[in-house]
Design a protein around this ligand. Structure first.
Ligand SMILES: [Mg+2]
Length: 114
């Protein structure tokens, strides 16, 4: 059953790992994207919620999370929705709910002709 609480007023940022937080080098980890990491650290200080949103799983995911922690970057969720969102919608959908998605494979639909 869907919770109708709409009091969530913070922004949620979902960020990809390979090719985004670090250079594309899967299954290894590429050089850090320091400008993005610094920007996300600032956003976190402002109270934004960060979700790591990556295809990595198992040991490769653990390595990515540890690598991010070494950069000072921790997440409110990893490959899942925030608990508040799960409560709001009553399930953890496969698509992460976010206000902003940062991904090296992304495109802006208004600006992109496919
Ligand atoms: Mg990527």
């Amino acid at each position: 059953m869907m919770n109708t609480n709409t009091a969530i007023n913070y922004n949620i940022i979902a960020v990809d790992f390979d090719g985004t937080l670090c250079a594309e080098c899967f299954p290894y980890i590429g050089e850090p994207n320091l400008p993005l990491i610094c920007a996300l650290l600032e956003q976190k200080k402002l109270g934004k919620k960060l979700i790591l949103w990556t295809c990595r799983c198992g040991d490769r995911l653990s390595e990515a999370v540890e690598w991010c922690a070494d950069q000072g970057l921790t997440f409110d969720a990893v490959n899942e929705n925030l608990p508040e969102i799960i409560d709001l919608y009553g399930s953890d959908s496969r698509k992460i709910t976010a206000d902003l998605y940062i991904d090296d494979k992304s495109a802006l639909p208004a600006l992109t002709a496919i």
